[in-house]
Design a protein around this ligand. Structure first.
Ligand code: PLP
Length: 402
């Protein structure tokens, strides 16, 4: 029944394979620049101090029980989660033109969005994604039989945005196509449009009546400023464009394994929002019945307490600040070493990742000779760099580039 023909052996997920190879490497110098999870200056996972406080509050709550969450998740989380994205004074919120549902982190939110589009979207049921994009996007959409088409995004020459190519592809796509956009801190390139470019994209999307699908996995983590990292989404909402948002709390709360996230739909009328919510509830019920509580409760405690919220913003500035300082240091060291090529893209790019421009042969050489682990496309997780390994890494890069 389950012959190799029926169930062929699938390749291992490249990132988890990389992690395994890193763990098996006995070298004391090894550097892990693979998976996108924040590390402190000692290369250790960081539990946000504000999350520790929320955790204490939660554990000391005498009324805490383990009942099921409502199908759409805990309202104290979802109501604040959408405010975080749109701004508390957004007309879309005042007019009740939004609906929100708690999901299994950002991946679950992307899946719910994909499933919702597959079932209910009446436009061109094709998803346009950036070239490149987070690898999981391709399988999340193809799992629900939505075709995926790439639009140009990264320019190999400038290691920045191919804005003309991106615009042309979005303009050429059939009207009412689904356009996947990374709200900020594009994964894997670290390249984001400027605010002016976002405004142009929003005009173009409105003109073509496309349906934007925002993936927001790094709000606050990119610049350290929650509003700034949501600026793109807000520009589209201000234009009255209907859209969906997949929101993850994995990176900005450091709640990776707790799977806290939300899915939101911004519609043109409150009636549409109510109908959408009714169908989302059915999709959710059939897939996970009700979402997990622990991470959602932690995030909800922080989002609903002004003092804890302010402390969270401090924690966000600490994470993004450390990453930005690593960008500055890496660029300076490569320039100091006179490493062939230009390195301004390291500081121009933003967020967890940098697309270094290193090719596959150089990446493999770095792995074999220097025990530096990064994905074959030359992407590095900036969070893996720290004051102790940055010299070593810069010298290793210098050696393979020469
Ligand atoms: N979207 C993007 C672009 C990501 O980079 C990630 C995580 O790496 C996610 C979504 C979802 O992550 P999670 O499911 O852990 O929230």
């Amino acid at each position: 029944r389950f012959s190799a023909e029926a169930v062929p052996q699938a390749p291992e997920d490249p990132l988890y394979g990389l992690k395994r190879a890193f763990l098996a490497d006995p070298s004391p110098n090894k550097v892990d620049l693979g998976i996108g999870a924040y590390r402190d200056d000692n290369a250790k996972p960081w539990v946000l101090p504000v999350v520790k406080k929320a955790d204490d509050i939660l554990r000391n709550d005498p009324n805490l029980d383990h009942e099921y969450a409502p199908i759409a998740g805990i309202p104290t989380l979802t109501s604040k989660a959408i405010e975080l994205l749109l701004g508390a004074d957004s007309p879309a919120l005042k007019e009740k033109r939004t609906t929100s549902m708690q999901t299994i982190s950002g991946t679950g939110a992307c899946h719910v969005g994909a499933l919702f589009c597959a079932r209910f979207f009446r436009g061109n049921k094709t998803v346009y994604v950036s070239d490149p994009t987070w690898a999981n996007h391709n399988q999340i959409f193809s799992n629900v039989d939505l075709p995926v088409v790439k639009y140009p995004y990264f320019s190999k020459d400038t290691k920045g945005l191919n804005f003309a190519g991106m615009k042309a592809a979005i303009a050429d796509a059939p009207e009412e196509s689904i356009i996947l956009l990374h709200a900020c801190a594009h994964n894997p390139t670290g390249v984001d449009p400027t605010v002016e470019q976002w405004a142009e994209l929003a005009d173009l999307v409105a003109q073509k009546r496309h349906f934007p699908f925002f993936d927001c996995a790094y709000q606050g983590f990119a610049s350290g400023n929650l509003a700034k990292d949501a600026a793109a989404i807000r520009l589209f909402v201000e234009r009255g464009i209907e859209l969906i948002i997949a929101q993850s709390f994995a990176k900005n709360f450091g709640l990776y394994g707790e799977r806290a996230g939300c899915f939101h739909v911004v519609t043109d009328t409150p009636e549409t929002a109510t109908r959408v919510a009714s169908q989302l509830a059915i999709l959710q019920r059939s897939e996970i019945s009700s979402p997990p509580l622990y991470g959602a409760r932690i995030a909800s405690i922080v989002l609903n307490d002004p003092a804890l919220f302010a402390e969270w913003e401090d924690n966000l500035r600490e994470m993004s600040g450390r990453i930005i300082s690593m960008r500055t240091a890496l660029r300076a060291k490569l320039e100091e070493l006179g490493t062939p090529g230009t390195w301004n893209h390291i500081t121009d790019q933003i967020g967890m990742f940098s697309f270094t421009g290193l090719n596959e042969a150089q990446v493999l050489k770095l792995r074999e000779e220097a025990h530096v682990y990064m994905t074959k496309n030359g992407r590095i997780s900036m969070a893996g760099l720290n004051t102790k390994n940055i010299d070593y890494f810069a010298k290793a890069v210098d050696k393979v580039v020469r």
